[in-house]
Write a protein that binds this ligand. Structure first.
Ligand code: F6R
Length: 240
């Protein structure tokens, strides 16, 4: 794993955006794997600002997102589909038909997971952006998830529900289940960029980079990826 330690969140966001842009500029038809959560917000703001300045086109870019809460429709303000439109897609000239995310309202879970896995095979990702959970999760693959997993429905760990409660009016509103890309799916991306910011990620960063490769720390699997870059700010990297 390539490790890039930066001063602060601003630098992390600029460096992360640069790596995504390199892919977009090399291939106008690139497939981007995208993440939600707080960490990539700065990267997305940089991509929008860069497009406004230089007119970079996303007309043919395709995207696949990591995960979606189960039970939230795409127009729900807390859904990840909504998050992506608001924080990225609406600021780019991307064709919404080319953006993909699990359907949180799908009644048949198994069918939805199979549909998404088929889609991931049809759209091999040139780059996959990831955030890191404080418990070491990637996407919503919580500790204990098999490394061979494809898209599946998860029961969110209590720590994840608590971490995500800050974005909801009340913790009781946080969905307890989600659709998520599996670890096998994530590892299939040609290139992976994982972002970590803040002291509350320091322990997870240490375990991911220096610890044993174990299903108890899902992000540790990234040690096995041939082209994975971690961008961490000083606080997140403080235990390395
Ligand atoms: C988001 C996702 C999660 C987050 C992780 C970190 O699509 O899959 O794994 O990346 O929970 O979240 P933040 O960035 O909010 O700390």
């Amino acid at each position: 794993m390539k490790i890039v330690i930066v001063e602060d969140y601003k630098e992390l966001s600029a460096k992360g955006a640069r790596l995504i842009l390199d892919t977009v500029k090399q291939n106008a038809y690139a497939v981007l794997g995208l993440a939600t959560g707080t960490t990539p917000l700065g990267v997305y703001a940089n991509l929008i600002a860069e497009r406004e300045k230089n007119g970079t086109s996303y007309a043919h870019i395709r995207t696949v997102n990591l995960d979606e809460y189960k039970g939230l429709p795409a127009d729900h303000e807390q859904s990840y589909a909504y998050f992506m439109r608001k924080n990225l897609f609406d600021g780019l000239n991307i064709d919404h038909e080319n953006t993909n995310i699990e359907n949180g309202m799908a009644a048949d879970e198994a069918k939805e997971c199979a549909r998404y896995d088929t889609l991931l095979q049809q759209l091999p990702r040139d780059v996959q952006l990831l955030g890191l959970g404080s418990n070491g999760h990637i996407a919503f693959n919580e500790p204990g998830t098999p490394f061979g997993s494809g898209t599946h429905v998860v029961e969110l760990a209590e720590s994840t529900v608590k971490d995500n409660a800050r974005l909801f009016a009340d913790i009781s509103e946080v969905p307890r289940k989600a659709f998520t890309m599996g670890i096998r799916d994530i590892m299939q991306a040609k290139k992976i960029v994982i972002l970590a910011s803040g002291a509350n990620k320091a322990e997870a960063v240490r375990k991911m980079v220096r610890g044993a490769v174990t299903e108890q720390v899902p992000a540790s699997v990234l040690q096995l990826h041939p082209d994975c870059t971690l961008i961490a700010d000083k606080s997140a990297a403080s235990m390395l």
